[in-house]
Design a protein around this ligand. Structure first.
Ligand code: GDP
Ligand code: MG
Length: 174
């Protein structure tokens, strides 16, 4: 009998411009909270959460950047052995969307070619400030064979779904 306390273990890595809400998404999912103010940086490399999907225990090891994206110093080691990437932008920030091709070049360069990538448009609670139309983002995700989801870490909108959809997709491809 297996000694493991899970059926699957997946490494999920968050990337995207600084300020788009990566740390808040991880906090919302793993701790069920939205950190007040700016001090959202997690001082550790990764967080673990185990979910159950169709009776199977799926352990998710979720890596956040701890701020390196500000200095464009995310290294190859960060991408190494990632099963999935959550590429995040902020729907209220056109610039964070326009940087996506740069992130895709990094993925191409550093990630393994079986990696599952989901594009996430975060901060949908700020609908009145939206700068990137949903259709535009969906078309872009389609063109790059990425899944697409819009979330609010603040309102806990689609955050659980994001990680569960990803886990389902990873099981399907495992
Ligand atoms: P990171 O640099 O990508 O890790 O971004 P953070 O998680 O640190 O969030 C950056 C800022 O955006 C913080 O001020 C957060 O409070 C805010 N933020 C993150 N997610 C959301 C969201 O879903 N809605 C709103 N309104 N603000 C958010
Ligand atoms: Mg962060």
């Amino acid at each position: 009998m297996s000694m493991e306390d899970y059926d699957y273990l997946f490494k999920i890595v968050l990337i995207g411009n600084a300020g788009v809400g990566k740390t808040c998404l991880v906090r919302r999912f793993t701790q069920g909270l939205f950190p007040p103010g700016q001090g959202a940086t997690i001082g550790v490399d990764f967080m673990i959460k185990t979910v159950e999907i169709k009776g199977e225990k799926v352990k998710l090891q979720i890596w956040d950047t701890a701020g390196q994206e500000r200095f464009r110093s995310i290294t190859q080691s960060y991408y190494r052995s990632a099963n999935a990437l959550i590429l995040t932008y902020d729907i209220t920030c056109e610039d964070s969307f326009r940087c996506l091709p740069e992130w895709l070049r990094e993925i191409e360069q550093y990630a393994n070619n079986q990696v599952v990538t989901i594009l996430v448009g975060n901060k949908i609670d700020l609908a009145e400030k939206r700068e990137v139309l949903r259709q535009r983002a969906e078309d872009f995700a389609d063109s790059q064979s990425m899944l697409y989801l819009e979330t609010s870490a603040k309102e806990s909108d689609n955050v659980e779904k994001l990680f569960l959809d990803l886990a389902c997709e990873l099981i399907r491809e495992a």
